[in-house]
Design a protein around this ligand. Structure first.
Ligand SMILES: NC(=O)c1ccc[n+]([C@@H]2O[C@H](COP(=O)([O-])OP(=O)(O)OC[C@H]3O[C@@H](n4cnc5c(N)ncnc54)[C@H](O)[C@@H]3O)[C@@H](O)[C@H]2O)c1
Ligand SMILES: O=C(O)CC[C@@H](O)C(=O)O
Length: 630
């Protein structure tokens, strides 16, 4: 960085998260009955001056007149403010030590509390320009030094004129008075700092909005603690993902756009262009065509279990890691399945409809207990196995069939074939994933093989059951009922109409794909997936990614982490290491894992490395994506 740059930094709500005078008022008015009222008045006066609505001098005089503070209060204030230094300022101590002579704190606040706070980051008192309090003999604040230029209207502008700084001048602040220095032609650029407070009027005037100091340092290509400012990471959340996900990403400093609906292929292809993280549920199809448009995509969150809506291979080949929530909604599905089994065996859907229609049908006909009935589970995975445990505890005799060898829990019986399961059980519940091989897993032949009077549940994926064949089986009486939560074609939004061949059939429960839609499940999913993605972005850790080689990485300490994603071909690791060798790179740790498509190599290196290494790694044949983390 050129040495002839000067940085003018505001204090209140920029260097610290809060306004100093407001914090002082909080302390001085502690336990006073009129505290709330006075604080409100002080806040209003601060805001009016910040927005440029009243003169600074007027605001200062009125605020101090409302403030019964003394030197003891100031001591407490300093301790409080030292703990409230803005997060991104605290994160980048090197900036302050490296440029301490070019950084000027220019504030309409008071040196009495500003100096001890900025000294925390290595700045010296001589570069602090601010007001000073006046005190009486007892140490009570009586006013301010009226000769100080910063206590006058337009004080910051006048001060900067006096300072007559040589070289480029950059102003970073949250208030209108900070902008005025640029407007007066005294600064090259004004950066509206919005980490603590975002004022429309000020942002509107800014040359650049900087949501954190990281962004400012990134724009100026200066030494910084984070390789990439988090505010540049754009997240698109679709399909009404639980609000916790938005909150978690926001707290991380990302930019979020959240929509309640799914998008069709063309809409998503357009929207995804500048998105770094995409969050979807089961309705948005992430196809190769959409992915082609995704220029910045790093990670995808399937905020559900199923990932059949995502072209996982195409994602891997683009270096995009996909995460889902394999356990967070399993209990919800199981509880719904149990409820439906009871409802269907009691013939409740028909009886309930009769009541709605005004018909009293008190009778035990077609109503059975679940105790002792044979439940057959197709797909003994996370949901199937959990269902078996609960069902067994309720007195059901449980059987299962899975294409993979699975350990039976409790007294469950494993069936050798699907046919054996279908011909043995009174209730069949599907819990397989929605891959193409499972399309019409239960068609006419399989449904006819089911026991007469049995019932069917599908809470897995719509394509797994041939619904026309199911309709016939229900009409013929071979099946006594069905509970269907998932459909080959489902509306994209709650406003779209739903149609199905099963509508109007007796003893059939149709639900709008809500097996996993409980408050608990959605909250769990939002937390689980959002945190996995953040960990991947911050550390490269791909644990439980569904399409990436899984690597759990140690915390990065005092090193740079180079993430290299490449097509899995022999010899590439040797080539990577040969580049490190040629440049005398000191490797702190290296981790490698591959799957059929891609290889994922992570190398932690000493911070002092030649930048040419990065370019060589990026241009290595077969490279899909390269990221540097620190
Ligand atoms: N209705 C909902 O809202 C809802 C909620 C959550 C999950 N789901 C769906 O439920 C399904 C199961 O979820 P999970 O978490 O238990 O998955 P899982 O991967 O843990 O289990 C699936 C099991 O099915 C087995 N399987 C696959 N194909 C099979 C076949 N043809 N025959 C027999 N077994 C087969 C697999 O070997 C595996 O053991 C998924 O499709 C998921 O998307 C639906
Ligand atoms: O919430 C959804 O859209 C999907 C729920 C479920 O099918 C899943 O795969 O977890």
């Amino acid at each position: 960085m050129a040495e002839n740059k000067n940085f003018i930094i505001d204090f209140d709500s920029t260097f610290t998260k809060v306004e100093g005078l407001e914090a002082l008022a909080e302390i001085a008015l502690h336990n006073k009955p009129n505290k709330k009222k006075i604080l409100e008045k002080i806040e209003t006066l601060t805001e009016k001056a910040m927005q440029g609505d009243i003169s600074f001098r007027e605001s200062l005089e009125k605020r101090l007149a409302l403030l019964p503070a003394n030197k003891d209060h100031l001591k407490l204030l300093i301790v409080r403010l030292q703990k409230q230094i803005s997060t991104s300022f605290n994160r980048n101590p090197t900036f302050f030590t490296q440029y301490k002579n070019s950084i000027y704190i220019v504030s309409s606040g008071f040196k009495d509390f500003i100096i001890p706070v900025v000294e925390r980051l290595g700045l010296s008192a001589k570069n602090v320009y601010a007001n000073t309090f006046t005190y009486d003999k007892e140490g009570n604040i009586t006013g301010f030094d009226e000769d100080n230029i910063l206590s006058t209207n337009n004080g910051k502008v006048k001060l900067l004129q006096q300072l007559d700084l040589q070289g480029d001048v950059y102003v970073v602040g949250d208030g209108y008075t900070d902008y005025e220095m640029k407007a007066a032609g005294l600064a090259n650029k004004f950066y509206a700092f919005t980490e603590n407070v975002a004022r429309e009027k000020v942002m509107h005037k800014a040359d650049h909005i900087t949501p954190s100091l990281d962004e400012f340092l990134y724009v100026h290509q200066m030494n910084r603690t984070l390789s990439y400012p988090k505010n540049r990471i754009k997240v698109l959340l679709l399909e009404n993902i639980h609000a916790d996900a938005k909150k978690i990403f926001e707290e991380e400093g990302y930019q979020i756009e959240s929509l309640s609906t799914a998008l069709d292929e063309a809409e998503l292809a357009e929207k995804i262009k500048d998105v770094s993280i995409l969050g979807i549920r089961s309705k948005s199809l992430l196809t190769e065509k959409v992915l082609k448009q995704a220029k910045r995509l790093i990670g995808v969150g399937a905020f559900c279990i199923g990932t059949n809506q995502i072209d996982l291979e195409a994602c891997a080949k683009k270096g995009v890691s996909v995460f889902n929530a394999p356990f967070s909604n399993t209990r919800s599905v199981v509880e719904l399945a149990i409820g439906e089994i009871i409802f269907l065996l009691r013939n409740l859907p028909t009886k309930m409809q009769a009541m709605q229609d005004g018909n009293w049908q008190k009778s035990a006909q077609n109503s059975y207990e679940i105790r002792g009935k044979k439940l057959g589970i197709i797909g003994y995975g996370n949901i199937g196995a959990q269902l078996s445990v609960l069902a067994e505890n309720m007195g059901l005799d449980v059987y299962y069939y899975d294409i993979v060898d699975k350990l039976p829990l409790g007294n469950v019986t494993k069936c050798k074939s699907l046919k054996q399961l279908l011909t043995t059980c009174d209730i069949i519940s599907l819990h397989v994933e929605g891959k193409t091989e499972n399309k019409n897993l239960l068609g006419e032949e399989e449904l006819n093989a089911m026991k007469k009077g049995s019932i069917l549940l599908n809470l897995s994926r719509g394509e797994v059951v041939d619904l026309n064949a199911l309709k016939k089986a229900l009409e013929s009486g071979n099946l006594a009922g069905a509970g269907i939560d998932v459909f080959p074609e489902e509306p994209k939004t709650n406003q779209e109409k739903f149609t199905s061949v099963l509508q109007g059939m007796p003893n059939v429960i149709l639900t709008p794909h809500i097996g996993g839609s409980t408050i608990e499940a959605q909250e769990n999913i939002a937390n689980f997936v959002a945190n996995k993605i953040i960990k991947y972005v911050n550390t490269g850790s791909s644990t439980s990614s569904v399409n990436f080689p899984n690597l759990q990485l140690p915390q990065l300490q005092d090193a740079h982490r180079l993430l290299h994603i490449h097509y899995n071909r022999p010899g590439i690791l040797a080539e990577i290491n040969s580049i490190f060798g040629q440049h005398n790179i000191n490797i702190d740790g290296q981790y490698l894992k591959t799957n059929q498509q891609i290889g994922y190599v992570i190398t932690d290196v000493n911070k002092a490395y030649d930048e040419a290494v990065v370019n060589k790694l990026k241009s290595l044949e077969g490279t899909i994506k390269f990221r540097v983390l620190y």
